[in-house]
Design a protein. Structure first.
Length: 141
């Protein structure tokens, strides 16, 4: 993944509780970091209307490249890379600042499913959300 393909970046705070016995962020915590990043992305960029439609995760993938430790300053990049009828893919890159340079530590992706909790089923992505994702990411149909 190339950082130049990402238009959204958000800081992620490392909590003491995230650190395992070996002194680095526990592997399970990375999904929480991705969740923080995508929630910020949805709220700040897409303005997802949670009262209208929910989202569930259908698939998740993480590639661990370098360990992250408590003293690191990290940021998450997020982008929508694919939009279907009721699902869309998000890509993530976690970077740490090392001597003023961003160093890629982790990459990942999730398939997100637009979900109608009232009907308990997947549903089409609302047009206004689809349009915002496509415009922000410069995606074509």
């Amino acid at each position: 993944m190339n950082l130049n393909n990402f238009h959204y970046k958000t800081p992620v705070a490392i909590r003491f509780a995230d650190i395992d016995a070996f002194g680095h962020v526990n592997n399970a915590v990375y999904m929480t970091y991705f969740e923080i990043a995508r929630s910020n992305y949805w709220n700040e960029v897409i303005h997802w209307d949670w009262g209208k439609m929910g989202i569930i995760i259908g698939r998740a993938e993480i590639t661990y490249l370098k360990p992250i430790v408590l003293k690191d300053e990290i940021f998450a990049y997020v982008r929508t890379s694919r939009i279907g009828n009721s699902s869309f893919d998000l890509d993530y890159i976690l970077v740490r600042m090392t001597n003023g340079v961003e160093e890629i530590c982790t990459t990942g992706s999730t398939t997100c499913v637009s979900f109608d909790y009232g009907l308990n089923t997947s549903a089409a992505i609302p047009d206004e959300h689809r349009s915002k994702m496509m415009e922000f990411e410069a995606l074509e149909i």
